[in-house]
Design a protein around this ligand. Structure first.
Ligand code: PLP
Length: 303
């Protein structure tokens, strides 16, 4: 496991050679080495690069705390299981995340990415790394909302059961189609996408979960539809229940989106962004609740 971090000097585990370049120093007892993100670290033969054969997680770290770390590590382990990759060693990955956070210059929010690939072709040894970066600022989207189009995902709602080799529900590195869907949204003058199954059920966004409000009830589509169980959605439900709202993971027809009182996309770094327009039609926008929800999601909870 390689821990890649931004250039820093004089930190534990980093050594400079005669030319003043940091060498990779094994944290032998911790199971990873520290390296610079600005220097090459990965083989061009790595199957993560050549085939997108691997998994990842993006963890939000706010004021040094990662409130959803356990859920991210659990999903990472589940993705590894679905791809027949070795089970990630929780102690090694947790230590690497902590080191990445400690080594990065202080910023309000860090995006810490965990990656595990099938490794260099022919070796049978997976490659793993953790990289910490300052998170992109999504304040404008959180304050103003986004315009969304629905797109056909091309799979039925039961694809995870009928065709498990399609790896629905695993957070794989194969995000080319997610990126393509976002480009399609841009062509349609929208900011984002909600995927609909070929038989008409609401799924998820290319990089976010969907939250829908009907009166005092908040719903999200269930993970059994071959979508990712969102760590942010889980934290949002905890918050909403404290305020006495009902929360549910249920199948939703695309037509229910049109009748919803409000819709949000939820994800670790962007947090909660309200959908203010869906397929060209206005959607209710509760600025106060959106701000309260984001306040809760940004708060550093237990690490
Ligand atoms: N669904 C997909 C496809 C995603 O890529 C993501 C996050 O990247 C999510 C849902 C939301 O997950 P989380 O809230 O854990 O970031």
């Amino acid at each position: 496991l390689i821990l890649v971090t931004r250039p820093v000097t004089g930190v534990a585990g980093e050594r400079t050679d005669a030319a003043g370049t940091p060498a990779q120093v094994p944290h032998s007892d911790l199971g990873f080495v520290v390296a610079r993100a600005s220097e090459p670290q990965l083989s061009v033969l790595d199957l993560g690069v050549t085939r997108g054969d691997g998994i990842f997680e993006t963890v939000m770290v706010s004021s040094g705390q990662a409130p959803a770390i356990d859920a991210h590590l659990a999903r990472f382990a589940e993705s590894a299981r679905l791809l027949d990759l070795p089970e990630p060693d929780e102690i090694v990955w947790t230590s690497a995340i902590a080191a990445a956070v400690a080594l990065h210059p202080r910023v309000p929010v860090l995006a810490v990415k965990l990656v595990l690939t099938r490794g260099i072709e022919g070796t049978g040894r997976p490659t793993g790394w953790v990289v910490a970066q300052a998170a992109r600022d999504f304040t404008a989207q959180r304050e103003n909302g986004i315009r969304v189009v629905t797109l056909d995902r091309g799979y039925r709602h039961d694809v995870a059961q009928t065709s498990p080799w399609l790896l629905q529900g695993a957070k794989t590195l194969s995000y080319a189609l997610n990126a393509a869907a976002l480009r399609e949204a841009a062509r349609r003058d929208a900011d984002d996408v909600i995927f609909i199954s070929s038989d008409g059920f609401v799924l998820e966004a290319p990089t976010a979960s969907v939250l829908l409000r009907e009166g005092n009830r908040f719903c999200t589509p269930p993970a059994e539809l071959g979508i990712l169980p969102g760590t942010t959605q889980r934290r949002a439900f905890e918050f909403l229940r404290v305020y006495g709202f009902e929360t549910d993971a249920v199948r939703l027809r695309a037509s229910e989106l049109k009748r919803a009182d409000a819709i949000w996309l939820l994800s670790s770094i962007r947090q909660a962004v309200a959908v203010i327009e869906l397929d060209g039609a206005d959607v209710g926008f509760d600025r106060t609740l959106t701000a309260q929800l984001n306040e809760h999601l940004a708060a550093a909870g237990p690490a």
